[in-house]
Design a protein around this ligand. Structure first.
Ligand code: UD1
Ligand code: UDP
Length: 361
C-alpha cells in the first residue's frame, strides 16, 4: 500500500474540538499526519486550553495569523498555508466546518492539486449574510472528499451538482467528542461548585455570531431577551462570553443586568458539564445546537435560520431570532417540552468512518 501523508488544518475553537476524534484516530492508526494551525483563535481560553484538555499534539506549524478583516485574515492564511504545503506536499488536506481557516485551507490545497477532505460538508443556512455560508459553499465545491453529517446535506450537495462519488455520509465528529468526553467532564469539572449552581437550576447562554453581536440593536435585544428569561424562570443565566461579543458589548456600552453572569470562555470539560446540567440552552452557536441535541438539553437558537435542520425535526431546538418576547416564548415552550428525542448526528464513530474511507482511497 502507498504510504499517504495528511495535513489537518485548523484554526478556531470548534475546529479543534471537532477534529479531536480524527486526530486520535490517525494517532491510533499510526498515520503520517501533521497539524497546521492558522491561529485564527489564539487567546489561551479559545485555543491552548483545548489542546491541553484533549491531549492533542502541538501543531507542526503555527501560522500566527490572528484576527483581522475577512480579506486580511484570509489573505495571510492563503500565503502562509501555501508555503507549508509546498514544503510538506501531503496527499490530502483535512478542513472542518465553515471558518475562514476552512476557506483558505481548501482553496490553497485545491489549487496545488492536493486533495481536499471537507468534514461537516453540505450544511446550508441559505443566508449569505453569514460569512460562514460563503466559506462552506466554496469549500464544498473545491473538495474531493465530502463528509456530510446526514443524508440531508448529501441531497443538498447533489442538488449543487457535486458528484456522488465524492460524498460520504458519516455523521458528525461532534458526537465522537461528546461521547468521549462527557463522563470525564462530569468527574473532573468543578465549575458548578465554583459558580454555586445546581442541576437544572440555571440557564446557559452563548452568543457570538457576527450578524448578531456586531449590530447594536440585535445584541441589545438578545440581552433584553435574556433578562426576560431570567425573571420568568427566576434563575441565574450564565453566559461564557466569546471575545467578539465582549468587545462589542463594551463598544456599544450595553448595560447587562447582574442576574446575567458573564464569565470568560470556558474549557471543553466545563462546557460539557455546564451543558449536561443546565435547564435550557440559548445560543447562536452551531456546535452547541448539536451538542444540546445529543445530550437531550432543550435549545433555543438566537437566529432566524439554522443549517442544522435535524435539530428542528427532532424538536430539540426552536428558532427564536433576537426579538426579546420571542426569545421568552421559545424558552417557555421548550421548557414545557419534556420529550426525549433521537440524536440524528451519528453514533460516535464518525472519525473511524472517515479514516476507513480515506485510507482506502
Ligand atoms: C470564528 C468563525 C465562526 C466560528 C467562531 C467560533 C469565521 C468567519 N468565523 O468567528 O464561524 O463560529 O470563530 O468561535 O471564520 N478574538 C480574540 N481572541 C481570539 C479570537 C478572537 O480576542 O482568540 C476576538 C478578536 O477581537 C477578533 C474577534 O474575536 O477580532 C473575532 O474573531 P474571528 O476569528 O475573526 O471570528 P469569530 O467571531 O471568532
Ligand atoms: N465551547 C466551549 N467553551 C465555551 C463556548 C463554547 O468549549 O465557552 C465549545 C462548544 O461546546 C462547542 C464549540 O465550542 O463544542 C462551539 O464553538 P463556537 O460556538 O465558538 O463556534 P460554532 O460552533 O458556532 O462555529
Amino acid at each position: 500500500m502507498i504510504h499517504k501523508k495528511y495535513a489537518i488544518i485548523l484554526g478556531t475553537r470548534p475546529e479543534i474540538i471537532k477534529l479531536y476524534s480524527l486526530i486520535k484516530t490517525f494517532q491510533n492508526n499510526r498515520e503520517d499526519f501533521i497539524i497546521i494551525h492558522t491561529n485564527q483563535h489564539y487567546s489561551e481560553d479559545m485555543d491552548r486550553i483545548f489542546f491541553n484538555e484533549l491531549d492533542i499534539p502541538s501543531p507542526a506549524y503555527n501560522l500566527h495569523v490572528g484576527s483581522g478583516t475577512h480579506g486580511r485574515q484570509t489573505g495571510l492564511m492563503l500565503e502562509r498555508i501555501e508555503k507549508v504545503l509546498h514544503k510538506e506536499r501531503p496527499y490530502c488536506v483535512f478542513v472542518q466546518g465553515d471558518t475562514n481557516t476552512v476557506l483558505a485551507g481548501s482553496l490553497v490545497a485545491s489549487k496545488m492539486q492536493i486533495k481536499v477532505a471537507h468534514v461537516e460538508a453540505g450544511l446550508r443556512s441559505y443566508d449569505r449574510q453569514m460569512p460562514e455560508e460563503i466559506n462552506r459553499i466554496m469549500a464544498d465545491h473545491v473538495s474531493d472528499f465530502l463528509f456530510p453529517p446526514t443524508v440531508k446535506q448529501k441531497k443538498i450537495l447533489l442538488s449543487e451538482n457535486i458528484s456522488k462519488e465524492k460524498i460520504h455520509v458519516v455523521g458528525n465528529t461532534i458526537v465522537d467528542a461528546v461521547y468521549l468526553i462527557k463522563e470525564i467532564a462530569q468527574k473532573k469539572s468543578t465549575i458548578l461548585n465554583k459558580l454555586g449552581l445546581t442541576r437544572s437550576n440555571y440557564i446557559l447562554v452563548t452568543a457570538h455570531r457576527q450578524e448578531n453581536v456586531d449590530y447594536e440593536d440585535k445584541l441589545e435585544n438578545i440581552i433584553k431577551g435574556l433578562e426576560l428569561v431570567c425573571k420568568k424562570f427566576n434563575m441565574k443565566v450564565i453566559y461564557p462570553i466569546h471575545p467578539r461579543a465582549m468587545k462589542m458589548l463594551k463598544s456599544f456600552k450595553i448595560r447587562v443586568n447582574e442576574s446575567i453572569i458573564l464569565i470568560d470562555p470556558i474549557g471543553y470539560l466545563d462546557m460539557l458539564n455546564m451543558l449536561q446540567n443546565c435547564r435550557l440552552l440559548l445560543t447562536d452557536s452551531g456546535g452547541l445546537q448539536e451538542e444540546s441535541c445529543i445530550l437531550n438539553i432543550p435549545c433555543i437558537t438566537l437566529r432566524e435560520n439554522t443549517e442544522r435542520p435535524e435539530t428542528l425535526s427532532v424538536k430539540s431546538n426552536m428558532l427564536a431570532g433576537t426579538d426579546p418576547k420571542r426569545i421568552l416564548e421559545c424558552a417557555i415552550a421548550m421548557d414545557n417540552n419534556k420529550k426525549k428525542w433521537e440524536n440524528p448526528f451519528g453514533n460516535g464513530k464518525t472519525a473511524e468512518k472517515i479514516h476507513s474511507i480515506i485510507s482506502k482511497a
